[in-house]
Ligand binder design. Structure first.
Ligand code: HEC
Ligand code: HEC
Ligand code: HEC
Ligand code: HEC
Ligand code: HEC
Length: 161
């Protein structure tokens, strides 16, 4: 019964049930849609400092380069200015997170893997509120590695344990 076996295998490898992308509560009402409409690019705010594992989040100084003038009377911009004055990073709630025991490099995926930000994060340009649009489970990583002929051996993504 190779048909049944194949069906069972497919079931085992199917991605886990789709999660509902409920956005977390954020300290300021930041909109990607509004900011990308000003002509900014992803890399202007997400700089990927060497070695490029992380995409990083912008410092308040970056925000204040506009908001020391733009909308400075808005209550949320006043809160932003407060964080900046006290040299406190904005306590953004994380949307995407994988465990520390998994190797993952943004730079490698964008350069060697030729993946677009949107492939893994969805249509960010249309988001008023950032939400987890794409799956980052092991099954999801494996799916793309299979279709793009990238390795899927355990030690490619994990320490030998
Ligand atoms: C003006 C600066 C700015 C620009 C430009 C920008 N971002 Fe962001 N991004 C932020 C800030 C601030 C946050 C944290 C707040 C939030 O999650 O909305 C964030 C959060 C994110 C997150 C979620 C991070 C996490 O896991 O918590 C992703 C993914 C992201 N941005 C992708 C992008 C992509 C893709 C682009 C380009 C299409 C882009 N951003 C352009 C400022 C920016
Ligand atoms: C191959 C999939 C993939 C691609 C392509 C990708 N990301 Fe990510 N991104 C992730 C994963 C997975 C995480 C969670 C990383 C972690 O927890 O260490 C993440 C996290 C982030 C974060 C949160 C901060 C951080 O570094 O952990 C930001 C911001 C972000 N990505 C922006 C971007 C931008 C901008 C691009 C395009 C230049 C991009 N991503 C391309 C998968 C991807
Ligand atoms: C290139 C200039 C620029 C940068 C850099 C920038 N913003 Fe903005 N921001 C704008 C513009 C333009 C608006 C829309 C103003 C309007 O509604 O007329 C805006 C709107 C906002 C609003 C909504 C304010 C309100 O009351 O409607 C918030 C919150 C905000 N930005 C936070 C941030 C944060 C946080 C950063 C840094 C991560 C940032 N901005 C970086 C230009 C910028
Ligand atoms: C969009 C497709 C895609 C997705 C999604 C994806 N990868 Fe990759 N990944 C690639 C490609 C392509 C390469 C480059 C392979 C090569 O150069 O032979 C790569 C390379 C890697 C590398 C080696 C790069 C390095 O740092 O040396 C690791 C580790 C890795 N991926 C882990 C992950 C993990 C973990 C996830 C899920 C969170 C993931 N990948 C999701 C396509 C993807
Ligand atoms: C392409 C990258 C990739 C490869 C290859 C990979 N994994 Fe994973 N693995 C992940 C990611 C990402 C997670 C974390 C998923 C999450 O919980 O967010 C994970 C999680 C795990 C966990 C923890 C599961 C849990 O629920 O606690 C185990 C165990 C594991 N992997 C074993 C393996 C084994 C065994 C192999 C080889 C057959 C393997 N992995 C190959 C990316 C990978």
């Amino acid at each position: 019964m190779p048909g049944l076996l194949l069906a069972l295998l497919a079931l085992l490898q199917a991605p886990r049930p789709k999660y509902i992308p409920t956005p977390p509560q954020q300290p300021l009402p930041f909109s990607h849609k509004q900011h990308l409409a000003t002509g900014l690019e992803c890399k202007n705010c997400h700089e990927m400092p060497e070695p490029g594992d992380f995409a990083g989040l912008p410092a308040t100084a970056k925000c204040m380069s506009c908001h020391s003038a733009v909308k400075k009377d808005s209550p949320s911009i006043q809160r932003l200015a407060e964080y900046h004055k006290e040299s406190k990073p904005i306590p953004w709630a994380r949307v995407y997170r994988i465990p520390d025991y998994v190797f993952f490099s943004h730079k490698e995926h964008v350069t060697r893997g030729k993946a677009a930000c949107e492939t893994c994060h969805g249509p960010v340009r249309d988001f008023d509120v950032m939400r987890k649009e794409k799956d980052t489970s092991m099954a999801a990583c494996m799916d793309c590695h299979r279709t793009s002929n990238a390795p899927i051996t355990c030690d490619y993504c994990h320490d030998q344990r």
